[in-house]
Write a protein that binds this ligand. Structure first.
Ligand SMILES: Nc1ncnc2c1ncn2[C@@H]1O[C@H](COP(=O)(O)OP(=O)(O)O)[C@@H](O)[C@H]1O
Ligand SMILES: [Mg+2]
Length: 241
């Protein structure tokens, strides 16, 4: 579960990235965070993970306050950042071992999870190569595998499908569904509306740091005369010109 209460963040006097955000993501759901470029998605996610500090307000992950108990809060989630360019000089396997060390994943379990996840994302042959030599999609996959190694209850994924080939995207979406179906939490941002439409149980639409809507897609469509596509509703809601 993820809870935002009255979270604000400004970058300078005229740049509002989060404007009194209030949001609850429940266990058992895939929650899509939708918004155009610059809407405030990454900023919100970085506050959720403790990378950025909100100016005001509180964020709790599984009931644990991110600001008050940062280590405990961090143990609850796996995080895939928007840029997968991490620790490029490490080999894939060194990066995964580093992540497993960080989260105290014991030897046998670690080996088993690395094997399963690498096979699923077709990365087993690349684990001996440096991340530097990986394509964007491969970097994305090694970061995803690293984030899932400690089997976190809450998944926080910032544009996770960007750059993935169709098979890997399918694998990840399938895993997201299974995770939510096992009463855990999946939160991800996207500006690709088809993905959201097919995958999410609930969504929030954010623009200029403000949440314009939060609820299920059918509720969203009911509010908009019931017959419009998500794309049309989204474009109407986020059009200011
Ligand atoms: N470190 C920063 N310094 C100044 N402005 C920033 C910084 N990070 C983000 N912003 C601004 O905050 C707004 C939201 O950005 P971001 O959260 O990255 O949007 P999104 O992920 O939805 O594309 C944008 O106007 C962006 O320019
Ligand atoms: Mg972003």
């Amino acid at each position: 579960m993820i809870e935002f209460s009255d979270v604000c963040k400004n970058f300078g006097p005229s740049k509002t990235a989060a404007d009194h955000l209030a949001l609850t993501v429940n266990d058992g759901e895939i929650f899509g965070f939708l918004g155009p470029n610059g809407a405030g998605k990454t900023t919100s996610i970085k506050m959720m993970t403790g990378i950025l500090k909100p100016d005001s307000g509180r964020i709790r992950i599984n009931g644990i306050d991110v600001a008050e108990h940062p280590i405990e809060a961090k143990k609850q989630f796996g995080y895939v950042p928007d840029s997968p360019d991490q620790l490029l000089r490490l080999k894939g396997i060194e990066y995964l071992d580093f992540m497993a060390d960080m989260y105290d994943v014991p030897g046998e379990l670690r080996a088993e999870r690395i094997k399963t996840l690498s096979a699923e994302f077709e990365m087993n042959k690349a684990l001996g190569d440096r991340i530097q030599s990986y394509s964007h999609g491969m970097r994305q996959k090694i970061v995803i595998i690293g984030a899932l190694l400690h089997d976190p209850a809450v998944w926080i994924l910032d544009e996770p499908l960007t750059g993935l080939d169709p098979k890997s995207a399918f694998t990840l979406k399938q895993r997201m569904r299974q995770h939510a179906d096992s009463r855990k939490t999946v939160f991800f941002s996207t500006h690709v509306l088809e993905v959201a439409e097919n995958l999410c149980d609930r969504v929030a639409i954010i623009d200029h740091g403000r949440i314009l809507f939060s609820g299920s897609l059918s509720e969203l469509k009911e509010q908009h005369r019931g017959d419009e596509s998500l794309e049309k509703i989204f474009l109407e809601m986020t059009d200011h010109e």
